[in-house]
Each structure stands twice: as structure tokens, then as C-alpha cells.
Design a protein around this ligand. Structure first.
Ligand code: ZN
Length: 179
């Protein structure tokens, strides 16, 4: 007959074994999840453009251009994951953004959102669309870009974050301008 202590020890060992099994599965998923695998043969430029093309926003028609790399140091003091340079209509995507597919999608769609803000969006609503939610200036541009990135399918919550109530408002403005 087993003592209570032995029963508890056995249960703990079983729990530990289950935990190890779960960790092994999670570890496998982390190292090689099918969704995160890079498309075979796709170069970085093609991966970026494929994500942007899926949105239906004709970014080429408005003069947009994607560059794999960091924005010039004259524009940004440090290399961020992504950057949009208004004067060039260039969207820079850092090599670091390729760490996972979800991150890459977020960065591409966030920078694409800035292009939309400065080309297709009505200028007065570029920042103004976020005013009812308490955002203004550059912060409104960044939150708005996160809202649009999510509207366009980004799975990442975003660096700046889009309030849930603002998501359909930005989505409706985008639909009204791009279709
Ligand atoms: Zn931004």
C-alpha cells in the first residue's frame, strides 16, 4: 500500500513528465512552425511586396517603393524595424523585421499604412481620424498606422497599439478611399 507521500510524488512526476512533453512540442513549434517558414526561393524584396500586394492597395500607382534596409541616417538616428520617408514615398523594412512572418507582415503593413496616410487618405483626416479617440500629431499617425495594419490583416498587436473602438473607424476610412 502506498503512502500519501508516495501518491503525491507519483502525481508530481506524472505532471512533470507532461510538462516536459508540452515544452518539447512548444519548442518544436517555436523553432520550425510551418506558418513562419520563409517561402522557398522568395527573396526579401519579393516577400515584402507579396504582403503589400495582398492588401489590394495599389501602392505602386501612388509612387510607393519598398527598400530592404535602414532609412538613411539623415532621416533616422537609429535603424528601426521600419520607416516611412514622406518626401521619398519610400518604405524601409529593416532586415531585423524578417525575424518572423508575423513581424514582417506587421512592419510592412504599418509602413504601407503611412504611405496610404500621405497619398490616398484625405489630408485633414490623416491625423484627424484619431482625434475622437484622444490622439493627435505624430502619435495619431502611428496609432492610425497600427489600426490600418490590423485592418489589413496584421496579426501583431502593433508597437503603438490601436484602440478597439478606433479599428472600424480607420477601416471604414480606408475602404472609402481605396475600395
Ligand atoms: Zn510608423
Amino acid at each position: 500500500m502506498r503512502t500519501d507521500t508516495e501518491v503525491r510524488t507519483t502525481a508530481r512526476r506524472r505532471a512533470a513528465a507532461v510538462a516536459v512533453a508540452v515544452m518539447a512540442v512548444a519548442g518544436t513549434l517555436l523553432t520550425a512552425p510551418p506558418a513562419e517558414a520563409a517561402p522557398r526561393g522568395a527573396d526579401p524584396q519579393q516577400r515584402i511586396e507579396a504582403i503589400a500586394d495582398r492588401t489590394g492597395f495599389d501602392w505602386r500607382a501612388v509612387g510607393g517603393e519598398f527598400v530592404v534596409g535602414c532609412a538613411p541616417s539623415t532621416v533616422q538616428a537609429r535603424c528601426t524595424m521600419g520607416a516611412y520617408v514622406t518626401s521619398e514615398r519610400r518604405m524601409y523594412v529593416s532586415p531585423r523585421a524578417f525575424a518572423t512572418t508575423a513581424l514582417l507582415e506587421y512592419v510592412v503593413l504599418h509602413e504601407l499604412a503611412h504611405l496610404w496616410q500621405f497619398t490616398a487618405s484625405p489630408p485633414e483626416l490623416r491625423v484627424g481620424v484619431l482625434a475622437p479617440f484622444g490622439f493627435s500629431g505624430v502619435h495619431a499617425l502611428e496609432v492610425g498606422a497600427d489600426c490600418l495594419a490590423r485592418h489589413l490583416g496584421a496579426r501583431f498587436p502593433g508597437h503603438y497599439g490601436c484602440p478597439e473602438e478606433a479599428l472600424p473607424v480607420v477601416g471604414a476610412l480606408y475602404a472609402a478611399t481605396v475600395g
